[in-house]
Ligand binder design. Sequence first.
Ligand code: 9D3
Length: 237
Amino acid sequence: MRIDVVTTFPEMFEGESPAALGVSIPGRAMRAGVLEVVATNIRDFAGGRHGKTDDRPFGGGPGMVMMCQPLWDAVRAVEALDTTPAKRILMTPQGQRLTQSLVESLAKEPRILLIAGHYEGIDERVIEKLEPLEVSIGDYVLSGGELAAMVLIDAVARLLPGVLGHDESAASDSFSPVGPSGERLLDCPHYTRPRVWEGVAAPEVLLGGDHGAVARWRLKKMMERTRERRPDLLGDG
Ligand code: 9D3
C-alpha cells in the first residue's frame, strides 16, 4: 500500500527511519515493502510571491485558514505521482471517528492520501471539491492532524498482509476477543513468572494445565471487564 501525506510538516514523516513510523510494526511493514509512506509539503505548491498557504478568516476570528489553491494543487500533483487512484482522507476534528472497522476497510485500499495540517481550519470550498472522507481520532484537541495521520497509518500497517508474525496475528483482529454474540471485548488480565510476586499469587486456573478451563476463565474475565469498563461495547452504552 502507498500512503501519501500532504502536510506543512513533512519532516514528521520523513527520513531513513522516521521516529514513530520507522520502528515496530509500521517500520517492519515499510522494510518489507508492503507499505510506502510519501510526505509532500503543501508549501511547495503555494503560488504567489510570498508562498502563502494560509490567510486570515473571512468574518474575523483567531487563527489562520488553509487556502484552497495550495491544497488543491498539492493533492492533484501528489495523485499524479502514481496511476493508482487514492482514497482521499482529511484528518479533522469534525470527521467521523476512526474505529477498527474503518481501519479494516482502509487496509484493503491500494492507496490512501492523507491531508493533515496545523491550522484553525481549511477553506470549505476546497473540501467540497476534494470530497475527502473526513476522519477524527477522538474527542480531544491536538495541535495538528499529523499525529492523527500517524495513528491511522499505524493501525492500518499492522493489518497489511505479511506484516504480523503468526503469533501476533493470532492476537490480531479477526481473532481478537469476541463474545458469544460476536461483540468485540476488552482483553483479559495476563500473568507470567514468578507464580507469587510481592505476596500475590497468579490465578490457580492458569497453572493447572486445563486448557478448556483457562479458555472459559479468560472469556469470563473479558466479559466482566467489558461490562464494568466499556458497557458501550456491549451495546448498552
Ligand atoms: C476552536 C476550534 N478547534 C476545533 C476543535 C480548532 C482546531 C483545533 C485543533 C482545529 C484543528 C486542530 C488540530 N487537530 C486536527 O487537525 C485533528 C484532530 C484533533 O485535534 N483531534 C482528534 N482527531 C483529529 S484529526 C485532525
